[in-house]
Write a protein that binds this ligand. Structure first.
Ligand code: 5GP
Ligand code: MN
Ligand code: MN
Length: 323
């Protein structure tokens, strides 16, 4: 049960020390906040630890306490490996990316996650597939330590929940999520400011790449699938970075009558990342999993080999089979 898993995860943390804490590549708000929340916990417990990610933390998330302490692996020379690892918000082990090089082959590993496609990797698992965010699970885990709360940890947890629920709008926004959010607001989190900076504001490159992407819209004959794409040229032209693409996929999905919206991001001549969003009828996590990716019923992704044309055809045909 979840209660037993919380006890086991707590014991895992109490019985080990000298941790490596990592979230998925190209971290989103939940990934960054979960990494920092585990760091907050470990420092309260007097444990030593290293926070790391395969790449940099998005600029717009650097307001959180300790964000500057997350090592950017791509700019850090490795001098050692770790035998105790905590993975957060990673549906499968591959999602940690090249950070796996920092781990010992037989490392003890705690896997904290909320993706239904989580494959249960690790030596201790704390997985709740109906949690709105990994941050929601960490709220429960932190509560079990009875260390008390402060505004900094509240801001981290609120950030993860806010971003993974699309601003408390997705179906994962349970009464419990609202109760947690209420508690976090009482601890001094500035909800409106975070909503503005994380969900509303666009960088100019983000605005420019959105404009271009919207112009690439294509739709299936029946109007139930809509997709856009972004190429490396678009990225160069606008100065956009990967994090600037977040949210674009919602636009095709938001067209009335559309069941599934997709963003195809060309990575190389022979690799494309597909991001899928479902209005609810189609389980896009299942489709993404068939192509080697994963995610949630209504939000999932995968990275595929092939040209933009090939990948587009494969994914759209597969989605249409599900309709
Ligand atoms: P996005 O489309 O925003 O990149 O991701 C949507 C959801 O799908 C997220 O929950 C993310 O964790 C998951 N996801 C995206 N890409 C991959 C992937 O390549 N592998 C797996 N396992 N999950 C993915
Ligand atoms: Mn995530
Ligand atoms: Mn998440």
């Amino acid at each position: 049960t979840y209660e037993q898993d919380l006890i086991d995860a707590r014991r895992f943390i109490e019985e080990h020390d000298d941790f490596l804490v990592v979230a998925h590549v190209q971290p989103d708000g939940d990934a960054v906040s979960s990494t920092l929340a585990v760091g907050w916990l470990l420092s309260r417990l007097g444990k030593t630890f290293t926070l790391i990610n395969e790449g940099p933390i998005p600029q717009r998330m650097t307001y959180m306490a300790g964000a500057a302490d997350i090592l950017d692996m791509s700019r850090t020379e490795r001098t050692r490996t770790y035998g105790n690892v905590i993975c957060v918000d990673c549906a499968d082990f591959k999602r940690v990316g090249l950070v796996s090089e920092w781990m010992e082959p037989e490392a003890n590993m705690l896997n904290v996650d909320h993706h239904p496609t989580n494959d249960g990797y690790g030596t201790c698992t704390l997985i709740k597939a109906d949690a709105a965010a990994t941050a929601e699970i960490l709220y429960d885990l932190l509560a079990s330590f009875e260390l008390g709360w402060d505004r900094e940890i509240a801001e981290m947890l609120y950030t993860g929940i806010l971003t993974d629920t699309g601003g408390f709008r997705y179906s994962s926004t349970s009464p419990k999520v609202m109760q947690i959010a209420s508690h976090l607001l009482e601890l001094g989190v500035n909800g409106p400011d975070l909503a503005d900076s994380l969900l509303e504001q666009l960088t100019k490159p983000q605005f420019d790449v959105l404009t271009i992407a919207l112009g690439t819209l294509e739709m299936s004959g029946d109007g139930r699938v809509a997709w856009v794409h972004v190429t490396p040229e678009h990225m160069l032209q606008t100065g956009a970075s990967n994090e600037d693409l977040e949210g674009i996929v919602n636009y095709p999905r938001n067209i009335q009558g559309v069941e599934v919206g997709v963003l195809f991001k060309v990575i190389t001549d022979n690799a494309v990342k597909a991001s899928m969003r479902s209005a609810g009828k189609v389980d896009v996590a299942a489709i993404a999993a068939e192509f080697g990716g994963g995610g949630h019923v209504r939000a999932a992704g995968c990275r595929m080999e092939g040209s933009l044309q090939e990948v587009t055809r494969k994914v759209i045909e597969r989605i249409q089979q599900s309709l």
